[in-house]
Write a protein that binds this ligand. Structure first.
Ligand code: PXG
Length: 465
C-alpha cells in the first residue's frame, strides 16, 4: 500500500504549499518531509515502507492505538445520519448530549467539586481560550472584576492561540506576536533537576516550588488573582513529573486565597496516567479541567472543558447569555467518535491496565535506563516517561546545548524504527495505552540501541572529554 505513493512528488508539493506547525519552513523544504502513509496498532509506516514504533501516540493522543475500526464506523454512521448541526440556536444533537453526560459520569467528584457540565471546542488551545473567558466572566459575575490575573508556569504548554500561548510559558512562543496578553503571568516549574539546591530532597523542593505560587499571589495582591492553570505532569515541556508534595501544597494555596484551579489535562486525561482524569491520581480538586486529544484517541478533532459546579452554578444561575462558542462546539461526528472511543477504552480497561499492570511494568523497564552511561532521571508516570541525556551521570553534568545531543539521539531513533521525542536533552515517550508488555520490551530494546548509538557519537566526537 505504502509503495504506491510518489514520495518525491508529495515532498515537492508539501514544500510548495503546506506550511507545517512549529517548523522552520525553509529548512524543511531543503530536507524534505517524511511522508507517513498508514498506521496499525502501535506502528506507523512511511512512503518508503519503513515501519516505526510510535512511542509518542501520534502527538500524545492515539491512546487506543491505530486501526480501530469501531471509531471509523462511528464516524461513518454519524456522518450518514447527521454530519453537522450547530448548538447555538436552542438546538442540540444526540452524540453531544451523550458524550457530555458520559464525561460527567467518568469525572470523579473531587471533594465538594462535582463535574456536571461540559463546554465543547475542537482543540486544547480553544478550550484554554474558553477557560480564560469563563474564569474572567465568573469573577465579573461575582462582583470582583479586578480579579483578572491568571497565573501559569514557565515551560508550560497550553496551546498556540493568542490566549493559550499566553497561558503557556514558552519564551520562544511569547517572542513572536507580543505575548503574553495582559494579566497572564508565570512562576517557575517544579523541575527538580533545573532548580534543586545542594542537599535538598525532592519533597522539600516540591513544597518550595509550590511556594512560588503563594509568593506571586502576594506580590500581585490576592484580590487581583483569578486562577492558577497547570498541567498535572508537564508534557510538551519534557515530561516534568512533579514531586509528590507539589500538588497538595498547590491545593492548600489556591484554597487559602479562594482562586480557581484549572487542570489542563489535554495530555494527561483518558488513561494516560492510569486514571480517566489525572486530578484523581494526584488528589487535587480543580474547578475546570481542559481536555482534547485522547477523548477521540486523536481520530478526529475534539476538545472541551469540564466545568465544575462552583463555576457552572454562577455562569448558569447569574450569567445570562455567555457570548462565546465555536461553529464546531458539540460537533456530532466528533462526539460520536468520542463516545465510541470511551466505550472501547472502558471495555478494554485501558486506564486500569495502565494503573495496575502495564504502567508498573513500563516503570520498571524504563528505570533500568538509569544504568546507561548517558542517562539520569529515567522515570515514568503511567504511560508517559522521560530521561535526561548528560555528559556525566555521577556529577549530572549537562552537555553543551549547542551539541543538540537530544536531536542526535532522535535522529538515531528515526533511522532505527522508533519515534521518541527530544525536548532539549530530555528524551520522552507517551506510548499508546494498548501497548502490551512484549511491546514494551520491543520499545525498550530500540531505546537502548539508540542510546548506545548516541554514546558512540559522543565518544567519537569527544563530547565526553
Ligand atoms: N494543553 C496541553 C497540556 C497540551 O499538551 C494543548 C493544550 C493544546 O492543544 P491543541 O489541540 O490546540 O494542540 C496541548 C497540546 C509537543 C506538542 O510538541 C504538544 C501539544 C501540541 C503540539 C505539540 O509535545 N500539546
Amino acid at each position: 500500500m505504502s509503495t504506491t505513493v510518489d514520495t518525491r512528488l508529495i515532498q515537492q508539493l508539501d514544500s510548495a504549499h503546506f506550511l507545517h506547525p512549529f517548523t522552520n519552513f525553509k529548512d524543511l523544504a531543503a530536507r524534505g518531509s517524511r511522508v507517513i502513509t498508514r498506521a496499525e496498532d502501535i506502528y506507523i509506516w512511511d512512503s518508503e515502507g519503513h515501519r516505526l514504533l510510535d512511542a509518542m501516540s501520534g502527538l500524545w493522543c492515539v491512546n487506543a492505538g491505530y486501526g480501530r475500526r469501531e471509531l471509523a464506523d462511528a464516524a461513518h454512521s454519524q456522518m450518514m445520519t447527521l454530519p453537522f448541526y450547530n448548538s447555538f440556536f436552542q438546538t442540540t444533537n444526540v452524540p453531544a448530549v451523550q458524550l457530555a453526560s458520559r464525561l460527567a459520569e467518568l469525572a470523579p467528584a473531587a471533594g465538594d467539586r462535582r463535574f456536571q457540565h461540559v463546554f465543547y471546542s475542537s482543540s486544547g488551545s480553544e478550550s484554554n481560550d474558553s477557560n480564560i473567558r469563563m474564569v474572567r466572566r465568573y469573577w465579573d459575575l461575582l462582583g470582583q472584576p479586578q480579579r483578572k490575573v491568571i497565573i501559569s508556569r514557565r515551560n508550560a504548554y497550553h496551546g498556540s492561540t493568542m490566549g493559550a500561548a499566553s497561558l503557556g510559558g514558552m519564551g520562544d512562543m511569547h517572542a513572536q506576536g507580543d505575548l503574553p496578553i495582559p494579566d497572564i503571568t508565570h512562576i517557575g516549574q517544579p523541575y527538580f533537576l533545573e532548580a534543586e539546591q545542594p542537599g535538598e530532597t525532592r519533597d522539600a523542593f516540591g513544597i518550595r516550588a509550590a511556594g512560588w505560587l503563594e509568593e506571586k499571589i502576594l506580590a500581585l495582591g490576592p484580590e487581583r488573582v483569578a486562577a492558577f492553570i497547570a498541567e498535572p505532569v508537564q508534557g510538551a515541556g519534557g515530561v516534568i513529573i512533579p514531586p509528590d508534595t507539589y500538588w497538595p501544597e498547590i491545593q492548600r494555596i489556591v484554597d487559602k486565597y479562594g482562586i480557581l484551579l484549572i487542570s489542563d489535562e489535554v495530555i494527561c486525561a483518558f488513561g494516560r496516567l492510569g486514571h480517566w482524569f489525572a486530578y484523581e491520581k494526584f488528589g487535587y480538586r480543580p474547578d475546570l479541567v481542559t481536555f482534547a486529544k485522547a477523548v477521540t484517541s486523536g481520530y478526529i478533532p475534539l476538545g472541551g472543558v469540564l466545568v465544575g459546579d462552583r463555576v457552572a452554578r454562577v455562569l448558569i444561575e447569574q450569567g445570562g447569555e455567555f457570548n462565546h462558542g465555536y461553529t464546531y462546539s458539540g460537533h456530532p461526528v466528533a462526539c460520536a467518535v468520542g463516545l465510541a472511543n470511551l466505550d472501547l477504552m472502558a471495555r478494554e480497561g485501558l486506564p486500569e491496565r495502565v494503573r495496575t499492570v502495564t504502567g508498573p511494568y513500563l516503570a520498571k523497564r524504563f528505570a533500568e535506563l538509569n544504568a546507561h552511561p548517558l542517562v539520569v532521571d529515567a522515570e515514568t508516570c503511567g504511560y508517559v516517561g522521560g530521561l535526561v541525556l548528560v555528559r556525566n551521570p555521577a556529577t549530572r553534568q549537562a552537555f553543551d546545548p549547542s551539541l543538540a545531543v537530544g536531536m542526535v539521539c532522535r535522529g538515531h531513533c528515526f533511522r532505527n524504527g522508533l519515534i521518541m521525542r527530544a525536548v532539549g536533552d530530555r528524551m520522552i515517550i507517551a506510548p499508546p495505552l494498548t501497548m502490551r508488555e512484549s511491546q514494551v520490551d520491543e520499545m525498550m530494546a530500540l531505546i537502548v540501541r539508540c542510546l548506545d548509538l548516541t554514546l558512540q557519537d559522543a565518544h567519537r566526537n569527544g563530547w565526553l572529554a
